[in-house]
Design a protein around this ligand. Structure first.
Ligand code: 5GP
Ligand code: ZN
Length: 304
């Protein structure tokens, strides 16, 4: 029996994603970007009235912030750090010789001050902390970053570099929990606007190793993470396309973010996986976006 063509192969064949030779690292077509733009617009339509402050990040973050956030402790297998050459002529000669011999040329590379951002909100907390105590009604940010996670895969929905849009709330426990619940409710409506079906379920982050098992259990027991699961690769194993995270006082303590009454701030974020949402729509409505249902086109791009 012939193996069924995978979703990823169909995306390549249609020119929607383009191979780079690395699994999970793809170029995107204009059509794909139109879908991402439309999704971005729908997210804004749901969130705009809340008056969030817009912040856009480059795909790299301060390595010291990355370290302090504990990424190497919790997800060492997913991390990506930027290394650079800071040597002299003899170091340069060593690199060239190693390249020509097909040897390892990385001995001359040193850890730089930049790490690839693994989650869009990590670089935000120290920026917010520097502004001093939160106002009485807390703060709300609308952020976007390319994110990196080293998990090569042949599944279109697991990419090493992908965009994550988030809303991030900082304030009292009540304020941030109400924010998270509001977005869980909105997400159901949003999935309907996209012409998709999904379900919210309890989730955990992929904490590494044996010590990680306990962290995963704690996160679930305390219902700190929920995900919006939408069938993309399969119905049996739907894909997490949005996440709803309550960090308690984790980032507030780490960065000393204070509420107006000088308590440690609590934080929560809702994350939208832009590629995954676009892929969910392509899977469900077909690879020809001109043929998508009129209400979906209208929602994404205005006049159909
Ligand atoms: P989280 O921080 O909850 O793991 O990720 C937030 C969102 O980013 C997820 O709900 C998902 O939509 C998206 N995301 C996470 N991992 C990947 C990935 O490997 N590839 C892609 N394309 N999106 C991802
Ligand atoms: Zn976040």
């Amino acid at each position: 029996m012939l193996a069924a063509t995978s979703f990823l192969d169909r995306l390549f064949d249609a020119g929607i994603l383009m191979e780079t030779g690395v699994e999970g690292l793809y170029a995107r077509s204009g059509a794909f970007e139109r879908v991402v733009d439309g999704i971005d617009r729908v997210i804004s339509r749901f969130g705009d009235a809340d008056g969030a402050e817009v912040v856009r990040f480059p795909p790299g973050m301060n390595r010291m912030v990355f370290e302090k956030t504990g990424y190497m402790k919790n997800f060492p297998n997913l991390a990506g750090t930027v290394h650079c050459f800071c040597g002299d002529d003899s170091g340069h000669a060593e690199i060239i010789a190693a390249l020509e011999a097909g040897d390892d040329w990385s001995r001359q590379q040193a850890l730089s001050e930049i790490a690839l951002t693994p989650a869009a909100c990590y670089p935000l907390y120290p920026i917010a902390a520097r502004r001093g105590s939160l106002p009485a009604d807390g703060r709300l940010f609308d952020i976007l970053s390319y994110c990196f996670r080293h998990e090569p895969s042949r599944e279109a929905t697991r990419q090493q570099m992908f965009r994550m849009r988030e809303y991030v709330r900082m304030g009292t426990p009540d304020q941030v929990q109400a924010f998270r619940q509001m977005w869980i409710d909105r997400a159901g409506a949003m999935v309907g606007v996209f012409g998709l079906e999904g379900a919210v379920d309890l989730a955990n982050d992929p904490f590494f190793g044996r010590a990680g098992r306990m962290l995963k259990n704690n996160q679930r027991q305390q219902t700190l993470k929920f995900e919006m699961l939408i069938p993309v690769e399969s119905v049996e194993k739907p894909t997490a396309c949005m996440s709803f995270n309550y960090h308690q006082d984790h980032f507030g303590t780490l960065w000393n973010i204070r509420t107006a009454t000088d308590e440690t701030a609590h934080t929560a974020c809702v994350g939208f996986g832009m590629e995954r949402l676009a892929l969910a729509m392509l899977r469900h409505h077909g690879l020809e976006i001109e043929g998508w249902p009129a209400p979906v086109r209208e929602a994404l791009w205005g006049a159909a």
